[in-house]
Design a protein. Structure first.
Length: 293
């Protein structure tokens, strides 16, 4: 009986089906179904009731699943503790990133991999933040906005600044705003956050302005691309834009106006259930991201 098969059974239960578990692990559905069937044969019990519409735990399966919730994390921690004492930390981590967060922590991910050469890191572009943790078997993810599920642990990430930018070509063609009110005469690029919020009120440290736009995008990558193409004025993370401001490709339009994004979180299910590699990663990211600004 393999621990990986026990973990697979748990994932099938948590995601509600073989197909969902197979997608989360990038495995064929037949592989997942076969391994769970073999587990039932080894135990000589029926763990799951399968119908054409749903998958449910049997009473024995529920009891077994609840026992594994306590046992598996302890086994993982025991194995990793032994490996860590004799070798450098190892393991695989799967992390969910939002569009702008991967820009912010890309260098941190690279330095983490250099520090821990035996740890493998897989990133997943997660459009729904912490909601995707169970859907895709993530160890942790970056989330923007409120968190309504108390079963998750959320650690705040240091707020980062966002400012207004446009390409040099746009400014040459349409002029440069001298104050917030001038924005009403310009083509603005509006973002819709992953939780559905429309960023139609740009709130800065020195004032705010209602924003009306003919173009709304739910991807900050699209906003960034549109700014560089000269399609309008957009709000971008300063840490990402600064190198291009220095080369003159884009212009910081009103440098004294800054917008701070302070509801950025690193979210994970439970520190007790985390692998040693995932705990190292979380601590490392939180420590390093605080040095960005």
């Amino acid at each position: 009986m393999k621990i990986d098969d026990l973990k697979l059974f748990m994932l099938v239960v948590e995601l509600g089906g073989f197909s969902s578990a197979a997608d989360a692990l990038n495995l064929p559905r037949s592989n997942v179904s076969r391994r769970v069937n073999e587990l039932e044969q080894q135990l000589n019990v029926k763990l799951l009731t399968r119908t054409t519409r749903r998958l449910t735990l049997t009473p024995t399966g529920l009891e077994y699943y609840q026992s594994l919730q306590n046992i598996i994390p302890q086994l993982d921690q025991a194995h990793e503790a032994i490996r860590t004492h004799s070798h450098s930390p190892s393991g695989k981590i799967k992390i969910g990133l939002l569009n702008e967060s991967d820009i912010l922590i890309h260098e941190i991910l690279q330095s983490f991999l250099q520090k821990y050469p035996n740890i493998r890191l897989e990133t997943h572009l997660s459009g729904m933040g912490y909601h995707d943790i169970l859907n895709y078997g993530l160890d942790a993810c970056v989330h923007i906005g409120s968190i309504d599920d108390s079963s998750f642990i959320a650690r705040p990430i240091t707020p980062f600044k966002r400012k207004m930018y446009a390409s040099r070509g746009y400014v040459e063609k349409h002029g440069r705003p001298q104050k917030l009110e001038d924005l009403q005469q310009h083509f603005l690029l509006m973002l819709r956050w992953t939780d559905g919020r429309l960023e139609n009120n740009w709130v800065f440290n020195k004032g705010s302005v209602k924003v009306d736009s003919r173009l709304i995008a739910n991807s900050s990558y699209y906003i960034r691309h549109a700014v560089f193409q000269g399609d309008g004025i957009g709000v971008l993370p300063e840490v990402m834009a600064k190198p291009f401001v220095q080369t003159g490709e884009i212009i910081d339009l009103l440098p004294e106006y800054e917008m701070t994004l302070d509801d950025l979180w690193l979210v994970y299910p439970s520190r007790k259930g985390l692998s040693y590699a995932a705990r190292l990663f979380i601590d490392y990211v939180l420590e390093e991201v605080a040095k960005i600004q």
